[in-house]
Design a binder for this molecule. Structure first.
Ligand SMILES: C[S@@+](CC[C@H](N)C(=O)[O-])C[C@H]1O[C@@H](n2cnc3c(N)ncnc32)[C@H](O)[C@@H]1O
Length: 212
């Protein structure tokens, strides 16, 4: 299936992506939870899959040696590039990925992280199998996304293939792909006003696992 609907969607959203305080809070919570769940080391190389404007990339950067930020949206990566240039950061590189079949760098990484991307992918198990060879022996994967929701999270569902996930489903796909030490925890709750004036909560989980 094509990545085009999401490329168009995120190219349009890129310029204002970082202006949403809820997104900043979410990415900070994902990085904080990741730090508790994965033994990060300053010599680690990480890959941020679906890095967008690099909110997770730049939050994680102080704790690792360098990060490759992968995304299908040239505009999201262009915003990230502007931030890297402004802060004179040289240990993050961007990789524009044309499709779900673009080869990713094999065997180079100690950590693959991905936040709020899986619900935009038609086949998440295929993505996990594609990311697995990027990891060195002993490397970690950390996937954050929405728990199953009723379809109200996205006002525009173009390029949205899943209304969140039961975390156990992700755990099963990781197990099938050969990951061990799989664990789940809640990383954050996104709060949104609903039509009836109440506040809706959308929990976000972090699933982690390791390759032997
Ligand atoms: C909801 S945004 C999250 C961005 C970033 N991780 C964050 O937390 O701010 C989803 C990102 O995944 C990217 N994306 C969507 N489909 C993708 C694919 N097949 N391969 C790589 N990136 C993809 C989008 O372009 C977008 O930047």
């Amino acid at each position: 299936m094509t990545t085009e609907p999401n490329r168009i969607r995120f190219d349009c959203l890129a310029a204002d992506w970082d202006a949403n305080p809820g997104r900043i809070a979410l990415t900070q919570a994902v990085v904080a939870t990741l730090r508790k769940s994965v033994p990060l080391r300053p010599d680690m190389k990480a890959l941020d899959f679906g890095a967008g404007t690099g909110l997770v990339t730049l939050g994680l950067l102080p704790y690792v040696a360098g990060i490759t930020a992968v995304d299908t949206s040239g505009e999201m990566l262009r915003v990230l590039g502007g931030k890297l240039a402004a802060a004179q950061i040289t240990n993050v590189n961007s990789l524009l990925c044309e499709s779900n079949h673009t080869p990713l760098p094999p065997g180079e990484f100690d950590l693959v992280v991905s936040s709020m991307v899986m619900h935009h992918l038609p086949d998440v198990s295929q993505m996990i199998h594609r990311l697995r060879p990027c990891l060195r022996p002993g490397g970690w994967i950390a996937l954050a996304d929405l728990e199953s929701e009723d379809g109200t999270f996205h006002a525009d569902s173009t390029g949205v293939y899943h209304h969140g996930f039961a975390p156990e489903i992700i755990c099963g796909w990781l197990r099938e792909a050969g990951f061990v030490d799989i664990a789940v925890c809640e990383a954050h709750r996104i709060l949104r006003p609903s039509a009836d004036g109440r506040t809706r909560e959308y929990p976000v989980f972090l699933v982690t696992g390791r390759v032997d």
